[in-house]
Design a protein around this ligand. Structure first.
Ligand SMILES: [Fe+2]
Ligand SMILES: [Fe+2]
Length: 148
């Protein structure tokens, strides 16, 4: 009897953990979706072609991440994620670059922690690679910011 109850509690814990990971993947996916739109506008606001090219390169990474998180969500749940439409856009290049530095920096530990909770090897590695990309993005935005 005790064994059964213990087993049930373990199942319950695993299920709660699974739901938490799925919620976080869904959040990550929506963050990537917002970033794609945000960087599209930021590239349009860029004062020169060098900055524009750098931002469009970052945007390509976010498109790749969006695909990874979409695949991960479906792989782990068998369901489609919920997409929240309507993204906030930058009003000026400078304020957009500063907001982007903060956003990219905050995303690194979020993805690192998320990766550590995932057991599927491919998904785990992709989330960790995304964390590495976001770290690099923060550095690029920092470089742009210092020359403004
Ligand atoms: Fe990303
Ligand atoms: Fe990024």
């Amino acid at each position: 009897m005790y064994y059964q109850q213990d087993g049930f509690e373990n199942y319950d814990y695993a299920e709660r953990q699974n739901q938490k990971v799925l919620r976080e993947i869904n959040k990550a996916l929506n963050d990537e979706f917002k970033a794609i739109h945000y960087y599209t506008r930021l590239a349009e606001l860029a004062p020169n072609s060098q900055f524009k090219k750098a931002i469009l390169g970052i945007r390509q990474d976010e498109i790749k991440h969006f695909g990874w998180f979409s695949t991960a969500y479906f792989k782990l749940s068998g369901k489609y994620p919920t997409l929240v439409l309507g993204a906030e856009l930058p009003s000026t290049f400078k304020s957009g670059i500063r907001a982007s530095i903060k956003d990219e920096q905050e995303t690194v530990p979020f993805y690192q922690a998320l990766s550590s909770q995932i057991s599927d090897v491919q998904t785990k590695q992709r989330v960790l690679r995304a964390a590495g990309d976001e770290h690099r993005h923060a550095q690029i935005f920092n470089q742009i910011n210092t020359s403004l």
